[in-house]
Write a protein that binds this ligand. Sequence first.
Ligand SMILES: NC(=O)c1ccc[n+]([C@@H]2O[C@H](COP(=O)([O-])OP(=O)(O)OC[C@H]3O[C@@H](n4cnc5c(N)ncnc54)[C@H](O)[C@@H]3O)[C@@H](O)[C@H]2O)c1
Length: 437
Amino acid sequence: MQRPKKLEAPQGKLAVLLPGLGAVSTTFISGCLLARRGLAPPIGAITQTGTIRLGKRTDGRSPKIQDFAPLAQLSDMCFGGWDLFSDNAYEAATNAQVLESKHLDPIKDELSAIKPMSAVFYPEYVKRLTGTNVKVGKNKAEMVEQVREDVRTFIKNNGCSRAVAVWCGSTEIYLEPKPVHQSIAAFEKGLLESDPNISNSMIYAWALLKEGVPYANGAPNLSVDIPAMHELARETQTPTAGKDFKTGQTLMKTILAPGLKARMLGMKGWFSTNILGNRDGEVLDDPDNFKSKEVSKLGVLEEILQPGTYPELYGDLYHKVRINYYPPRGDAKEGWDNIDIFGWLGYPMQIKVDFLCRDSILAAPLVLDLALFMDLGHRAGFRGVQEWLSFYFKSPMTAPGLYPEHDLFIQSMKLKNTLRWMMGEELITHLGHEYYD
Ligand SMILES: NC(=O)c1ccc[n+]([C@@H]2O[C@H](COP(=O)([O-])OP(=O)(O)OC[C@H]3O[C@@H](n4cnc5c(N)ncnc54)[C@H](O)[C@@H]3O)[C@@H](O)[C@H]2O)c1
């Protein structure tokens, strides 16, 4: 791949389109509105606070990423979304009970003006929800056309020059890749026949890619991770990314596991359990929807620890993940981990983690970074799966035939090196020249 020509600062407004206007979306939008008025800090977003070292350590060049890469500005972002509930973003944020009124009140008018477009919602993929703000059409192909029309209308009415999309809708039931997912032709036939293997999120993704809108998937369902979408993304020169925002417990797992492995400590078991009480938790209480999440969460340790290469350390690992819906906690999830490790001569030890986190507070900055980096990648001519954004996902999508990288630190290095490469800077290998010069 050729390096992109010098990337200029973007012109015009960026539409950020969010299928699913629930807890994560409204927390993200609110944070951006507050941050651009200087009312609250956008903590946790690499694009807003992160720095990047350039050249040799002695050069002393470590600009902020936002001063180095020509990202869109918060003030140039314009927010829209779809939901089966007709609550505007202020009402949805109030229902989600993530942010306090001291944060919602100053932006009430701006949030209230964000009204969800009607959703593509075939209920069999998310059985726990029923809403009335839904599209009607004779088949799934017609639904794709309606979403495409929504995108064009939104861009036009809001005077935007381009758009990106981040799926923040509920987790759908577990689906496996089927023949209908294998090519553009098979998928388009499936849309006309309303094939049951084409879920709601796939309909959005198809419409968005057709419109050349980059699409990142924050949930674990397949959505854009099928060969037909990869083919369409290449054809329309559009970036894709996914799956499943890497937040609470899995974030901890991908911080701890690489460290334990780097020290060649063995592991017999990792038991993870969670309680959460938001709408996401309610949807995940359905075993079919939980299955999507479980598959996404379980892959992490296997890929990081490589039991095939280190059978004596990780060959007998027992890994279990549970999610329990517990309404009193709302969005304030609690995740417990018990890790059984062993060291020198095989002596056992235990690590306990109790993370009292806030789900949407951890997810919101990821939506912001993804929107800005997907837009940047698109302007740099990137297309298809954006593996350099694996940093943000529990179950990173890869180009066909490759294994995913889960180690947070390798992911971070890959992200920054991609930015350096994109901007014509030397890649950093962390090799110290003083050893051999
Ligand atoms: N830390 C996190 O919060 C986190 C981490 C990883 C993944 N996720 C995923 O992000 C997604 C959003 O999480 P949330 O906490 O905001 O959930 P939420 O339930 O508050 O919001 C999801 C919204 O999507 C809407 N929706 C469902 N199907 C839709 C469709 N077909 N079209 C339009 N809207 C639809 C629902 O009505 C709901 O308002 C979930 O899939 C969740 O699993 C969240």
